[in-house]
Design a protein around this ligand. Sequence first.
Ligand SMILES: *[C@@H]1O[C@H](CO)[C@@H](O)[C@H](O)[C@H]1NC(C)=O
Ligand SMILES: *[C@@H]1O[C@H](CO)[C@@H](O)[C@H](O)[C@H]1NC(C)=O
Ligand SMILES: *[C@@H]1O[C@H](CO)[C@@H](O)[C@H](O)[C@H]1NC(C)=O
Ligand SMILES: *[C@@H]1O[C@H](CO)[C@@H](O)[C@H](O)[C@H]1NC(C)=O
Length: 340
Amino acid sequence: MKISSTALGALCAIRLAVTETSAESLNAMMKAKGKLYFGNIVDTNTLAEPNATEILKTEFGMFTPEYSMKWNFIQASQGKFTFDNSDKVVDWARKNDKQIRGHTLVWHQNIPDWVDAITDKASLTKVIENHIGKVVGRYRGRVYAWDVVNEVFNENGTFRNSVFHRVLGQDFIPLAFEAAHKADPNARLYINEYNLDFPGPKIDAMMNLIQSLQSKNVSIHGIGTQSHLTSNKTVDTVPAQLKRLASTKLDVAITELDIRLKRPVDDEKLAKQKQEYELVTRACLEINNCVGVSMWGVSDKDSWIPSTLPEFDAPLLWNKKFERKVAYKGVVGVLGGEPG
Ligand SMILES: *[C@@H]1O[C@H](CO)[C@@H](O)[C@H](O)[C@H]1NC(C)=O
Ligand SMILES: *[C@@H]1O[C@H](CO)[C@@H](O)[C@H](O)[C@H]1NC(C)=O
Ligand SMILES: *[C@@H]1O[C@H](CO)[C@@H](O)[C@H](O)[C@H]1NC(C)=O
Ligand SMILES: *[C@@H]1O[C@H](CO)[C@@H](O)[C@H](O)[C@H]1NC(C)=O
């Protein structure tokens, strides 16, 4: 094929741009290390924010919808399914060559009152199966993984008091996994939980539950450890606990990573946070069945932390002006990039 020098110049420019982008992309660097992705959250609110969207598109490859797939957003009244926002997110991902972690099917929060009011086993079983069948079925083949059940444990390792556990006992868990598996046999199915970052009754309970589900051949493929971490407090124990979760032979993923700093934030705390992000990233790299890491947000400006835990701030990799923090450079360094 004959090609003009102008066209060739343009082609080279495109090639260069692509190379530059991928060299800077956390997702590309993570994949070069043999992992599947570096991910983040996205939703219609984020997509309305151009600075965040640009970073998401450039840096990340796997996306968890923050709100739009939760039960009360999709089936607020019984039998009426609304997929407008979740469709937007899934379509955005498709258009931009990104993947989706679906989130979340059975969770004690963000459920409508009509679900919470159910008191008999047969009705609740049907309602769970129908909800999961419709949601997972709609996105069959378009969602890489689902957080099938979310946050089922109390801190002391007992099962949380939810409508699901009150009515069905722990049977709601295998029930949910089998319904999801039936609706999309190729999706990776996860149990997702927080505070699995340090030893204690909660991670013990998780290990016991996994063993019990595995002994019953339940279709579960992964453990999501949220890792909403507190700097200088809950980070050092992460690598050992991640190894412990991985010893189940299931996939493990860090699903909602942020590392919050106690106010007031100063350079010393930001430097500590950098080391902590390095530690967590390295922990995933060093475990074969750790498939990837997902952040819970782009900019400190948009994090859930300051409004929910006001004594903390600045948990993410970009500051409030969307500038890369030293922690970002730390992660890039661990991934073998130019820490710059
Ligand atoms: C465990 O924690 C839950 C929630 O805080 C509480 O209701 C329950 O009584 C505790 N159970 C035990 C055995 O400590
Ligand atoms: C689980 O699967 C294994 C291997 O296919 C089989 O030997 C075992 O009987 C199954 N256990 C149950 C409880 O179904
Ligand atoms: C970490 O916590 C200790 C006290 O537990 C404190 O002395 C130290 O200044 C903290 N370091 C940072 C960077 O926050
Ligand atoms: C987002 O980017 C625009 C320029 O595209 C800038 O004017 C604006 O200040 C940025 N927003 C924030 C919060 O940094």
